[in-house]
Write a protein that binds this ligand. Structure first.
Ligand SMILES: C[S@@+](CC[C@H](N)C(=O)[O-])C[C@H]1O[C@@H](n2cnc3c(N)ncnc32)[C@H](O)[C@@H]1O
Length: 287
């Protein structure tokens, strides 16, 4: 039987990126960038990036000279990854710049200079990403972007991977679409290595007055109309608004993540609560 959500994403795939950027006024690009930069900082502080050796601006301890050669590459899963924008951003941010400074301290004119071992700023080494999604139409849009990645058709509730296969899982606007967020969290926990991170970027059910007004009054007026105009699929953009209202508030989602075994490292509110970045950590001690 056809899954209606998968069918819907297949139908809007070719216009998905454009409408995402247009409807969010390019904020989605900034949200993804923030999430990747913050993950990079978290992982550098954890010492996962030995390439930070020699950085003059960080508190991270200096590591052995041979650490760079011995470093394991970051294993990334972009879950519900669609057209691969999140994985693409992740690669650009992780592979460039200094791994241990915050974004603001990147080597730029007038800012603190970061000097890694060979005198240039270094990033993380990243394995080819896995972009996992159940919509073939969305995954087909990955190829033209020429990302160093493998697109895998999968169900987020039951992934075809052994345990502890990834260091980082990104989930951009996917949690709201799976039938059981708890099931997707548990499955992400299973395939994440101990010490790894799950970053959920999502529109959560509105709680404050501004968000209630935005999602219950403004969004139902303009999002389906714009979506219909540019993609011809009004239903898909009505679904988008309804799925946000039906989803959990961010606090309840964090509680659920903790029940699944994650530590909540940070909850970052974007644009007054239009969206949130939730940074979850699988403890080192996890079995
Ligand atoms: C709103 S899009 C997000 C795409 C991308 N992550 C981004 O940041 O723009 C949600 C994606 O989740 C996928 N999806 C929904 N339910 C899924 C499931 N159960 N398993 C795998 N992918 C799923 C859809 O096919 C769709 O591509």
């Amino acid at each position: 039987m056809k899954n209606p959500v998968r069918h819907m994403f297949d139908g809007i795939a070719s216009r998905y990126d454009f409408l995402n950027h247009f409807l969010s006024c390019y904020q989605d690009v900034l949200w993804r960038r923030y999430c990747c930069k913050y993950l990079k900082k978290l992982m550098a502080v954890d010492g996962i990036a030995p390439e930070n050796a020699g950085c003059m601006t960080s508190n991270a301890p200096k590591v052995a000279d041979n650490a760079v050669e011995n470093a394991r590459k970051v294993r990334l899963l972009d879950l519900c990854g669609g057209t691969g924008d999140f994985a693409h951003t992740f690669r650009k941010i992780f592979e460039g710049g200094c791994a241990c400074c915050s974004a603001k301290a990147y080597p730029q004119k007038g800012t603190a200079q970061c000097l890694s071992q060979n005198g240039t700023a270094r990033g993380f080494a990243v394995e080819p990403a896995v972009i996992g999604d159940f919509s073939y139409g969305m995954l087909a849009e990955v190829k033209p972007k020429k990302i160093d990645a493998h697109a895998v058709q999968l169900d987020a509730m039951k992934m075809p991977f052994a345990e502890r296969q990834f260091d980082v899982i990104l989930n951009g606007f996917g949690m709201r679409n799976v039938p059981d967020a708890r099931g997707a969290l548990l499955e992400s926990y299973r395939v994440l290595d101990a010490g790894g991170y799950l970053c959920v970027l999502e529109f959560f059910s509105p709680r404050n007055l501004f968000n209630k007004f935005f999602y219950k009054v403004l969004a139902p007026l303009f999002i389906p109309v714009m979506g219909a105009f540019f993609s011809g699929k009004r239903d898909a953009y009505e679904y988008l608004v309804n799925s946000i209202i039906r989803f959990l508030p961010v606090d309840d989602f964090c509680k659920m993540a903790e029940e699944c075994g994650f530590e909540v490292k940070k909850v970052k509110m974007f644009d007054g609560g239009i969206s949130f970045g939730v940074f979850l950590h699988k403890p080192e001690s996890a079995a």
